[in-house]
Write a protein that binds this ligand. Sequence first.
Ligand SMILES: NC(=O)c1ccc[n+]([C@@H]2O[C@H](COP(=O)([O-])OP(=O)(O)OC[C@H]3O[C@@H](n4cnc5c(N)ncnc54)[C@H](O)[C@@H]3O)[C@@H](O)[C@H]2O)c1
Length: 309
Amino acid sequence: MGSSIATCLLIAGHPVIGIAAVESDLLHAEKRILDNLHLSLKEGLITENPETLFKNLRISSDYNLLTESRIVIECTLESLEIKKAVFEKIEAVISTDALLTSNTSAIPISDLQKFLRFRKRFYGLHWMIPAFTTRFLEVICGDESEISGAEWLYKLAHQWAKEPTLLKKDIRGFLNNRLMYAMYREAFYLVENGYASVEDIDRAVRNGPGYWITLMGIFRWMDLTGIPAYHAVIKDLFPTLANTTSVPELIDDLVKDGGNGVINGKGFYNYTPDEAKCWADTYAEFSFELRKLALKYPADIVERKLSGS
Ligand SMILES: NC(=O)c1ccc[n+]([C@@H]2O[C@H](COP(=O)([O-])OP(=O)(O)OC[C@H]3O[C@@H](n4cnc5c(N)ncnc54)[C@H](O)[C@@H]3O)[C@@H](O)[C@H]2O)c1
């Protein structure tokens, strides 16, 4: 994620300092970022020479280089202890008016905030991989964050080709994960209770919401397709939806059995090494196509069309 976010910021024209939190980052990060920039040229995301953008990057293990930074994005492993130790090193060197953010996937921002000395300027900045193609970005306030900093990040993120969302009050899972996990829970319920196969659930999601969701989200979809019908269905359907609070057996057994998806070929589906690689490559290829479509149809598409802009 760190390399992918650095690529996005370089493309936006920012000078970027990448702090190598572990030695291996020094070996791999530069090549990853340069490869991302070359891919971005090939896919038409940039017109500049990748080497020119790359000159705005400096990678080092010296945290002192962060003294002039306006925004710091922590992107270390999803561990409270590791993030706490890294925050201490960052806070020791950054200026008091710099904004400090975390790309945590799921740790509540207010929990991380408790580790900090300057809590008002701390936010969640939740990216989606690959961060230089996706339009997604959540800006998240913790209990003690100042809203003005979040609003500034939200505005700035538009210059990173994002269509960001602002979560004004911290809640576990933030927006995206809460919505997705509600769907995962129902999907596990349907498979475990013999209603449908994993393959059929995936086909339903791909071709049901997957068909319209990039254009309009879910509330506008209800506007377009008849609110009273949703009202009627909610009354009868909500009481029957899954509401388990425990980990579903299907994923529990898989994890106990060592399943790690495409990484070891063993997941809800099985993969040969070639299939696993081809899925990763196909997702990368698809994300460029989807980005083109999402840019062609931004959230304000109708306002733009009606104003002729
Ligand atoms: N992978 C995703 O799709 C994704 C999406 C959104 C958010 N995130 C979040 O981003 C963060 C990073 O995830 P990732 O997928 O890039 O992980 P990763 O394993 O690819 O990278 C983790 C980085 O953490 C650092 N690190 C490793 N061990 C360390 C240590 N002991 N002390 C200090 N730093 C150490 C290194 O810089 C390493 O490159 C996590 O909080 C994750 O939840 C990941």
